[in-house]
Design a binder for this molecule. Structure first.
Ligand code: AMP
Length: 425
């Protein structure tokens, strides 16, 4: 029997010297910043189950996408229902919106989610079988300002995290009928070069030709250089809308590049789409992406609300932060370490710790009595700011020695003075 962790998964642990991106304090920090920004943009949290009926993803993400075709963790439960571990968040949020009749609360909604997603992909750097996304969904606005606001939110988030060289890649996929015309023209062109296309692209030519546009294969790329561009198939309304968003981004000083080959890997996208990058992470440089999916909610049986949103991959964000080199891993240790020098002192220490913690001060009590020297060594390894020593004398007089490891000094304190001192920091 092997108890090895399944391929493509990882543990978040208190410390990992070899792979610091797995350190819990970084995850907590990044999640905290995501929630803070979401709150700052008046987005409210939605938590959905990590599994849904399989049909939800087939109908929203699309039968012919890689995600549904090759990457879903699908299983039958004991009631013979086909269920799937969610590969992405949007479909679940839309389903939840409908299930909970959130439309009764109004015609405009700003939602966010944060949690694990599951895709059976070939594990490699930046690509996991369980990864985590922070995503925002806005329902009820078809304004270009709304699209632009979401890019600003991402930009703001990355700035708050300390990411550098952030850049958006943007494109417009047109309306359903514009995209259908473009699709036919692209197929016509690619058919002429079919024998030179990679085998993946040959297959996609039958199933999902637009996906060929973001093939990384060199031969495919060369063929695509002369392929028809979506921009030439956009009607006036789509072009005007795209230009308006671009102008808004200029005014807001959000850096972007237009890439006519950007298509997203999920079928529900319509209109404006984007990806966001920062620095380099080998081939997996996309940290997140999003766009518009105006017809999605209605197609799942909900009200006809235009919608847009994005998802950011937290693994890649954290890895890029560390890779860029100017991020200090947040250090996590309790503010005070209580060092009892004997068994009776340990019992006494337990009530002191409890009093201190009631004040919201983080505190660790050494469960094994030890000498002063060992206690101080432990505190400097841990990174505790203060050490409280409890010896027999201290216990009897109820006056304790509090050492400040940072300032290298010490004071004698009663329990109440201790609490005051620690609260002051
Ligand atoms: P998507 O839903 O495919 O648009 O993905 C949104 C973001 O999630 C991507 O830009 C990545 O940052 C992240 N992501 C997607 N798939 C994976 C994966 N298998 N492993 C790690 N991150 C992923």
């Amino acid at each position: 029997m092997s108890l090895a962790i399944p391929p493509g998964t990882f543990d978040v642990v208190p410390q990992s010297c070899k792979e610091p991106w797995k350190q819990a304090s970084i995850w907590q920090y990044v999640e905290r910043v995501c929630r803070k920004i979401a709150n700052g943009y008046a987005c409210q949290e939605v938590r959905t189950p990590i599994f849904e009926r399989t049909e939800l993803f087939c109908r929203s993400v699309g039968e012919e996408t890689d995600i549904v075709n090759k990457e879903m963790y699908t299983f039958e439960d004991r009631g013979n229902r086909s269920l799937t571990l969610r590969p992405e968040g949007t479909a679940s949020v839309m389903r939840s919106f409908i299930t909970n009749k959130l439309q009764n609360l109004g015609a405009y909604h700003r939602l966010f989610y944060l949690g694990p997603m599951f895709r059976y992909e070939r594990p490699q750097a930046g690509r996991y079988r369980q990864h985590h996304q922070f995503g925002v969904e806005v329902l009820g606005s078809d304004q270009e300002e709304q699209d632009a606001e979401l890019l600003v939110l991402i930009y703001h988030l990355f700035e708050a995290l300390g990411l550098q060289n952030v850049e958006f890649i943007v494109n417009h996929l047109g309306t359903d009928s514009e995209r259908a015309d473009y699709r036919s023209s692209l197929i016509q062109y690619l058919k002429k070069h079919e024998d030179k296309l990679s085998s993946d692209s040959q297959r996609r030519l039958q199933t999902n030709p637009l996906r060929i546009l973001d093939s990384k294969d060199q031969a495919d790329q060369q063929i695509l250089e002369l392929a028809p561009k979506i921009q030439h198939f956009l009607g006036e309304e789509s072009s005007t809308s795209f230009n308006k968003i671009i102008k808004l981004l200029d005014n807001l000083k959000v850096p972007y590049k237009v890439d006519p080959h950007l298509v997203r890997g999920l079928d529900y996208y319509t209109g404006f789409v984007y990806e966001v990058k920062a620095g380099k992470l080998a081939a997996q440089s996309s940290l997140g992406g999003g766009g518009r999916y105006d017809g999605l909610l209605k197609s799942l049986g909900g009200p006809d609300l235009p919608s847009c949103g994005f998802a950011i991959g937290l693994e890649r964000v954290i890895q890029t932060l560390l890779e860029q080199g100017n991020f200090e891993v947040p250090f996590q240790s309790s503010q005070v370490l209580i060092v009892p020098m004997g068994m009776r002192e340990l019992e006494h220490g337990l009530s002191i710790a409890s009093r201190v913690r009631k004040e919201g001060i983080s505190c660790q009590l050494l469960m094994k009595p030890t000498k002063l020297k060992n206690g101080l060594k432990k505190a400097s390894q841990n990174g505790n700011r203060f050490v409280l020593i409890i010896g027999q004398d201290e216990m009897e007089k109820e006056v304790y020695t509090l050492k400040d490891m940072q300032e290298s000094n010490q004071v004698e304190v009663t329990l109440e003075q201790l609490v005051e001192h620690l609260a002051r920091g």
